[in-house]
Design a protein around this ligand. Structure first.
Ligand code: 3PG
Ligand code: MG
Length: 393
């Protein structure tokens, strides 16, 4: 990829504005999972070590634009600043006035976190005036927020148009490098596991991956549409009749092993009675909520033989205990695999957490939506603008 990189820039004595994705779930002021904050640390440390005055900006959740943070303080970056300060071992002050008053210089190695960019009027619309205000805060702009690179907003895209220097941070660069290597130059055989509720929401991902992989495992509600395409009665299970033809076309061109047994229930409920059945025995009032043990063993066997595995989406309703075994078996097989495994997406990360296999997945992306966009072959606007800036000189 032809963009400038932060580690090639002279940052000594420069004001360096880094866009990170520090969008973590916060429950009553408590951060549940700080993976995204930790993922940003090497970039911040590197900039400090190079003598930069570091200014970080990020969004947090989806606050109302053009409304003050005092009126919606659940969206304040303060808890993130506190966690950052602890992890970095230095002061991290939150600056709320950066659009009206340039932050006072605090010297090389200092770290300032700007308040949530999504309360700024024009952030989502990628407004040029706002983008110029961000650019004016720095000598060097570093885009490092892979998780938000699919959004063309003032803090991810617009600012890169106007900053004196606009470059990619190490986290963004490594996410792109790993994804490119594993999707375009994979070790084979290669497998993608795509789970989730609907074929329609993952259609582009499925189509794009089906041309790249040697095997494709579909799971969750997606698998039900494929089962229906094979003529299986899926009872009351969630499925999409209008995509049966599409599923059939994918089955014709790609190796997609179908479940032979499933776990069904009469209702969608964590306490529902779970029954294991062969797919040919599914009744009209059954709902498929997981793959069965025979299918889980078969999938685990396939996973074992792969050199590259891409995982996005659970194969069952793993949040409900009686329907979690399939996803657990898949997670365990991925953890045991000697191939290169790469995972992304909110539910997938939740499953990885639940089954404690974080250290056994080769690469976990910090992107949810951005990961999926990349996998389906879309151009990420925040990356495209960095390439444009590098090419325009
Ligand atoms: C995410 O969590 O998916 C990213 O931080 C982007 O957030 P958004 O979906 O609210 O744009
Ligand atoms: Mg999202």
């Amino acid at each position: 990829m032809s963009f400038l990189r932060m580690d090639q820039q002279n940052l000594e004595g420069k004001r360096v504005l880094i866009r990170e994705d520090l969008n973590v779930a916060i429950d009553e002021g408590v951060i549940n999972n700080d993976t995204r904050i930790r993922a940003a640390l090497p970039t911040i440390e590197m900039a400090r070590a190079a003598g930069a005055e570091v200014i970080i900006m990020s969004h947090l959740g989806r606050p109302v634009e053009a409304k003050s943070i005092e009126e919606q303080d659940a969206f304040s970056m303060q808890p993130v600043a506190d966690r950052l300060a602890k992890l970095l071992g230095c002061d991290v002050e939150v600056n709320r006035d950066y659009l009206s008053m340039a932050p006072a210089s605090k010297g090389a190695g200092s770290v300032t976190l700007l308040e949530n960019v999504r309360i700024n009027a024009g952030e989502k619309a990628n407004d040029d005036v706002l983008a110029k205000s961000y650019a004016a805060l720095c000598d060097v702009f570093v885009m490092d927020a892979f998780g938000t690179a699919h959004r063309a907003q003032a803090s991810t895209h617009g600012v890169a148009k106007f900053a004196l220097i606009a470059c990619a941070g190490p986290l963004l660069a490594s996410e792109l490098d790993v994804l490119e290597r594993s999707l375009n130059k994979p070790e084979r055989p290669m497998l993608a596991i795509v789970g989730g509720a609907k074929v329609s929401s993952k259609l582009k991902v499925l189509k794009n991956l089906s041309t790249k992989v040697d095997q494709l495992i579909v799971g969750g509600g997606i698998a039900n549409t494929f089962l229906a395409a094979e003529g299986v009665n899926v009872g009351k299970s969630l499925f999409e009749p209008h995509l049966i033809e599409t599923a059939r076309a994918l089955l014709d061109t790609t190796s997609i092993p179908m479940p032979t047994d499933v776990i069904v229930a009469k209702e969608f409920d964590p306490k529902a009675v779970a029954v294991t059945k062969l797919v040919i025995d599914i009744e009209d009032d059954d709902r498929i909520l997981d793959i069965g043990p025979e299918t889980a063993r078969h999938f685990a066997e396939i996973i074992r033989n792969m050199r590259t595995i891409i995982w996005n989406g659970p194969v069952g309703v793993f949040e409900f205990e009686p329907f979690s075994n399939g996803t657990q078996a898949v997670a365990k097989a991925i953890a045991d695999s000697t191939g290169f495994s790469i995972a992304g997406g909110g539910e997938t990360i939740a499953a990885i957490d639940k089954y404690a296999i974080t250290d056994k997945v080769s690469y976990i992306s910090t992107g949810g939506g951005a990961f999926l966009e990349y996998v389906q072959g879309a151009v990420l606007p925040a990356v495209e603008i960095l390439e444009k800036r590098a090419n325009d000189g």
